[in-house]
Each structure stands twice: as C-alpha cells, then as structure tokens.
Design a protein around this ligand. Structure first.
Ligand code: LP5
Ligand code: MN
Length: 245
C-alpha cells in the first residue's frame, strides 16, 4: 500500500523450511508491492556463506527482491548475526541497499533508529567477543577465501557450538540490556528504536529523563510472519498467519 513503510526481520530463510520462503514470496508479491519502502532488519537468511553461494532457493529470493525493487519499492537491508556476510554483489543482484547497523532513518518526518538488535545484547559477553572477531574485514576476507564446502563445515560447527552455549545462557542475558538501549538512543538523538533478533515481538514504552521513548521489537517468521506497518497516521505490529499465505 502506498503511504506505508514495512519492516521485517529474522525470516531465517533456509531450504529446510520452504513454507517460510513461500510466505515471504507472497508477502513480496502482495503486501510489499506498492509500499513506500521495505526494510529488512537482519537475518533474512538462516546462514549466508558468501555471495558466491549458488543455492537455488537463495537465487529465487534474490530474483524476487530484484523484481520488487525494479517495480519501484526501495529495499533496505541490515546484516544480522547469521547473514552478516551479505555483500555488495548480493545487493546489486537483489536491487537492495545495505544499511549500517545502527542507522537513523526519516520516517514521514520522524527520526527512527533501526538495528538488527544483537548489539543491544551487551551482557552476552561471549557473543559480543565472537561478533567483534567475525565482523573484522581481515577475518572475513580469510573466511571467504576458503571453499564453499569448508565454509559450510565451519558454519555448521559454529551453529552447534552456539546451540550448546545458548542453552546454558539465561533468557535475561540473551535479551537487550536497557542501559545499552538508552545509550544508543541518546547517541543518535532519537525517541524511537525498531529492531529484531531477540524474537520477542513487543512494543516497549518508557520515560527516560522527561522524554517518552519507544522500542518496537519485530518477531521472527518461524511459526508465522511478523511485520511492522508504518504510515503518517500511525503504526501497527502485525502477525501474518501461515494459513493466509
Ligand atoms: O543464532 P542464535 O539466535 O541461535 O544465537 C545467536 C548467537 N549465535 C550466533 C552464531 C550463529 O548462530 C551461528 C551461525 C552463523 C552462521 C554464519 C555463517 C558464516 C560465518 C561463519 C563464521 C565461522 O550468532 C548466540 C547468542 C544468541 O544469538 C542470543 O543473542 O547468544 O551467540 C553464541 O552462542 C556465541 C557464543 O557465545 C560464542 C561462540 C564462540 C565460537 C568460537 C569459535 C568456534 C568455531 C567452530 C568452528 C568449527
Ligand atoms: Mn539475529
């Protein structure tokens, strides 16, 4: 719909879940068709091993993104903790613009901070150390030099390690840290923050000093879709049931 901007995140697209891919393809053909812009705030893909991966399911997503953008919907995408290797080749093929995390955008006159959300989980020290390492350009260049088969194996080992570790972490550690949220909002001089990653869709409102602040958390697409619709007149955080698609 024109006059509306859409936000999604955490689809975790993966060949093992064709139903999510199908729902996203329909979302692009329907909801996103005539909107003012589509923002994807990270983890569109479950794993991204490099732009040279020729996975046919990924290729289908890329060509549909390209079609949507060439029909006039600007598409903006941020890196998630699983697809941080999305690069300029992907962006060009898909007709998307990769945005920094964090970024401030102008939404119908309102300044809004958008993030994937993993940076906000600052109490998760092991993850933050790991993140720092894998976001270094030298590390990434070295990783991308390895064969696709080697990269797959490393990513698989990492997923297993992550699964073991997250089981041992408390839910508090894996949620955002409020003081970190306030710091980012202060630093970017905004009252509204939109992010994903935690898979805890919600709208949090609080006062910081005398300011009203708001944090909108997008949901993942594991069991159903999740979309934030934003227009001049207001916003709505919606779930998209699978039956609908
Ligand atoms: O993903 P999720 O939500 O389950 O957990 C995240 C954090 N985990 C990760 C790791 C990813 O899940 C693994 C898949 C990434 C694929 C990338 C592919 C390309 C690059 C490959 C790079 C080698 O992001 C998890 C957070 C959680 O969110 C909540 O915020 O807690 O963090 C971790 O569990 C990380 C550990 O705490 C630290 C891991 C140290 C790894 C040490 C190197 C092991 C290498 C093994 C190689 C065989
Ligand atoms: Mn994530």
């Amino acid at each position: 719909m024109q006059g509306e901007t859409l936000f999604i995140s955490d689809l975790h697209l993966d060949s093992d879940h064709p139903e999510i891919q199908q729902q996203f393809l329909e979302f692009m053909q329907q909801d996103a068709k005539r909107c003012d812009a589509l923002y994807i705030l990270g983890d569109l893909f479950e794993v991204w091993l490099g732009d040279d991966d020729d996975n046919p399911d990924h290729q289908q997503i890329i060509s549909n993104l390209k079609e949507l953008s060439s029909q006039g919907t600007p598409i903006y995408i941020q890196h998630g903790n699983r697809d941080f290797l999305l690069g300029q080749h992907f962006a060009q093929q898909a007709g998307c613009t990769i945005l920094d995390d964090p970024s401030v955008i102008d939404l119908y006159g309102e300044q809004v901070l958008i993030m994937h959300g993993d940076l906000l989980c600052s109490d998760d020290a092991d993850y933050q150390a790991f993140r720092q390492q894998v976001r270094k350009p030298e590390w990434q260049a070295q990783f991308l030099q390895q064969s696709l088969a080697q990269r797959k194996q490393i990513a698989e080992g990492l997923r297993q390690k992550s699964q073991q570790e997250t089981q041992a972490k408390t839910t508090e550690i894996m949620d955002v840290t409020q003081s970190t949220v306030d710091q980012y909002m202060q630093q970017h001089n905004v009252y509204i923050l939109i992010h994903g990653h935690t898979h805890r869709p919600d709208i949090h409102k609080w006062k910081h000093n005398s300011d009203d602040r708001k944090r909108i958390v997008l949901g993942d697409w594991h069991a159903q879709g999740s979309v934030l619709r934003w227009s001049k007149d207001g916003y709505q955080l919606q779930t998209l049931s699978r039956e609908q698609s």
